[in-house]
Design a protein around this ligand. Structure first.
Ligand code: ADP
Ligand code: MG
Length: 542
């Protein structure tokens, strides 16, 4: 509805200061764009130089993704007779370990190419530069479409994600970085693809031979500990910008030549808020987390229950600092608990966050649960934390502190929490966040309102990290395709607007499945195969 504001819009705007500002902003944007374009052009030229054989086959058009460990480009190629094909070229950073690269490729070639798992067409190498050529799948930005998806689309999205996970889990691949940007979704064509095996690890009986040789972070850390207790790795700056690896939603890759490992450097928050580097590694972490009302402090230790199975468990639980927020000298002298921790904090399962050494395909199912939570609540990212204990505390606010502590015991971890927080009813939570709850007057005020009586956790020192990060109840923009796609799909989704279809009668099965995915205990968490057979998907077939 249009409301008259009493402004004469047909008046000349030429001398209007507002108009000048718009003009200035416009040209600033244009400059920024030009600067970016020049950067992309330079990167493309560099890639042609590094791997010259690419120019015989591909016309590289644009850069479509840039992570810590790779850059992805959109290219076209005349591979067979017929029209040009669109190809995604993933250029891996030259410092990636050859086995890591080969393992990523083997995941794509052996498990990929069907059941929504990305396949591979070619691979090019010159010296230490490797480029993987994959079929290009035009895809949406998750955030842009989140609030315009119909309930049926959400069902299809989750079904297809489980299909991909079932496929890779059958091959004994643990993806370790399941999140929307690694699960490409083309809404119009209803096409899906799980990508990015850069962090994948094998189960003990993996069928991907090379995954058996991929050193887990745990193994690397054990090795580095055996060699020396002295910090020898590349040091990270303790002032200035935070390295990308430490950025809260970024991914920590387990490649062998990572710039540093967690075993080498421990960062603790000093009293004055400055970062301090510790000379010795510790196995007990302690961090205070602020809620609106009261601070919760959490602490994870190896519990006596699993002492025999966990590799470097403490000899005793009753040291000087047990149940306090200090780290005593006994604990400081303990060896670092090592376990794979790669992935993105907000999607990490409790057993990953607590460094449980025995991790399985169940960690991918937890991550799928976090995606489902976003889809049902309309909030993304749902959890946003810069460190593992904050992430764990955030999980507690949804799943309950007692429940989390109880579950952690089953995998040998003892969690201390200064305050008890109850588990939340998933339906009520999602409906409230989605604004479907009639008792809730306004969507945007909801999280705060909720936080005031239930401890929604935010990090005192990091304004970006709060338990539930709000996303404006987005309208579908009409062009949510990733960069490089705009030409071909400008009008594809004009018909999609915020879609309420099906959202007023979400069946109980949805929340039952969500509950089973966000099972704090990995041993009882639903598998991908079981999820596909869940009543939530009753009329859908593989
Ligand atoms: P990284 O290890 O840097 O995260 P990814 O394999 O996840 O690399 O790719 C980064 C981004 O590139 C993806 O999020 C996606 O947007 C884009 N991308 C990757 N593979 C493809 C593909 N086959 N088709 C289209 N886009 C792709
Ligand atoms: Mg990725």
């Amino acid at each position: 509805m249009e409301a008259s504001l009493g402004i004469q819009m047909d008046e000349p705007m030429a001398f209007c200061p507002q108009h000048d500002r718009f003009q200035a902003e416009g040209s600033l944007k244009k400059n920024e764009q030009n600067f970016k374009l020049a950067g992309v052009k330079r990167d493309i030229e560099k890639l042609y130089e590094a791997v010259p054989q690419l120019s015989n086959v591909f016309k590289i058009k644009d850069k479509i993704g840039e992570g810590t460990f790779s850059s992805v480009y959109l290219a076209t190629a005349q591979l067979q007779v017929g029209p040009e094909e669109k190809i995604a070229l993933k250029h891996l950073i030259p410092t990636s370990h050859p086995i890591r690269i080969a393992a990523e490729l083997q995941c794509l070639t052996v498990a990929g190419g069907q059941d929504n798992v990305m396949g591979v067409k070619y691979c090019f190498r010159k010296n230490d530069h490797v480029v993987i050529a994959m079929p290009y799948l035009e895809h949406e930005s998750f955030l842009d479409i989140l609030n315009s998806l119909s309930f049926q689309e959400v069902r299809e999205y989750m079904f297809n994600l489980f299909k991909a996970l079932k496929r890779i889990h059958q091959f004994g691949i643990v993806h370790r970085d399941v999140k929307p940007s690694n699960f490409l979704y083309n809404r119009r064509l209803k096409k899906y693809a799980l990508v990015d095996f850069g962090l994948a690890q094998g189960t003990h009986d993996t069928k991907i031979e090379l995954l058996k040789f991929v050193q887990s972070e745990a193994q690397q850390e054990r090795c580095s500990q055996n060699k020396s207790h002295i910090i020898t790795g590349n040091k990270i700056p303790l002032s200035g910008p935070v390295p990308k690896e430490l950025d809260q939603q970024s991914t920590t890759k387990a490649s062998v030549k990572r710039p540093y490992t967690n075993a080498q450097i421990q960062i603790k928050q000093g009293k004055d808020g400055k970062l301090m580097k510790q000379s010795k590694t510790v196995d007990v972490l302690s961090r205070k987390l602020a809620t609106k009302k009261k601070a919760i402090s959490t602490k994870v230790m190896n519990s006596g229950v699993m002492r025999k199975t966990a590799s470097s468990c403490p000899a005793s639980l009753t040291c000087d600092c047990y149940a306090t927020d200090k780290v005593c000298s006994i604990c400081l002298s303990r060896r670092q608990q090592v376990a794979p921790r790669a992935g993105t904090p907000g999607f990490r399962a409790p057993e990953v966050l607590t460094k449980c050494p025995n991790q399985t395909t169940a960690i991918d199912m937890w991550s799928a649960g976090v995606i489902f939570l976003s889809l049902l609540s309309g909030r993304y990212p749902f959890y946003k934390a810069s460190d593992d204990l904050t992430a764990l505390a955030q999980i507690m606010t949804i799943r309950g502190s007692r429940e989390t502590i109880q579950a952690a015991k089953t995998f040998g971890k003892s969690i201390l929490c200064s305050k008890e927080v109850p588990a939340q009813d998933l339906r009520k939570l999602c409906e409230r966040l989605r604004g479907m709850d009639s008792n809730t007057p306004k969507l945007t005020s909801d999280v705060q309102g909720h936080a005031s009586h239930q401890p929604t956790i935010s990090e005192k020192t990091d304004h970006k990290a709060s338990c539930l990060i709000q996303t404006p109840p987005g309208q579908y923009s009409g062009n949510s395709f990733k960069k490089g796609d705009s030409n071909s799909c400008e009008h594809c989704f004009a018909e999609y607007n915020t879609n309420l279809e099906g959202w007023n009668e979400v069946p109980n099965e949805a929340y039952d499945l969500l509950d089973k995915l966000l099972d704090l205990n990995p041993a009882s968490r639903i598998t991908a195969e079981e999820a596909l057979l869940h009543p939530f998907f009753k009329d859908m077939s593989l």
